[in-house]
Design a protein. Sequence first.
Length: 199
Amino acid sequence: MTNALIVIDVQNDFCPGGALAVPQGDAIVSGINERMADFDTVILTQDWHPSGHSSFATSHKDKAPYELVTMPYGPQVLWPDHCVQGGTGAEFHEVLDTARADMIIRKGFNPAIDSYSAFFENDQTTPTGLEGYLRTRGITDLTLVGLATDFCVNFSAQDAAKLGFPITVDLGLCRAIDLDGSLEAALDGMKNAGVVLKG
Ligand code: VGL
Ligand code: ZN
């Protein structure tokens, strides 16, 4: 058995003071660093959008952040501009121990498609390459932590379960955005998908 800790989007824009701040998003960072020692490998994901990305409300006429639109691939929440490639908001939180990571996977770089999941873009078809990385390295067991519980952690966890990986989400090391009941829906969805919820 080879296990991996996958740390989802612990970036400045998702922490207090950032463009899409998750309440207490920074409170999990030192705990995540401590957990790294329990894993064979550590993987970080980095939300990484070009400016003018289609998930930004500013890219849509007469739309405000947190409104829902229909994209060719399905419903999409519109967000404040965040995690713009090369900007400080896209950098990892300064306390995160990035040196322990074997792999950093970027996502959301396709201008036309958002990517909550570390495995597939929001069309649920275009792979990020993470599955191939895990399989070719013989990594079998996954634990997810990070931001945000109800979006990128949720979609990543459900995709991992669909791909057949044993997957645990350590909720004590995650924080949620919680838009209109999205946290409860995410917890139900993960449970139904066979994700083990811890903490
Ligand atoms: C995320 C909204 C937009 C996340 C990323 O990391 O959960 N949420 N982009
Ligand atoms: Zn994003």
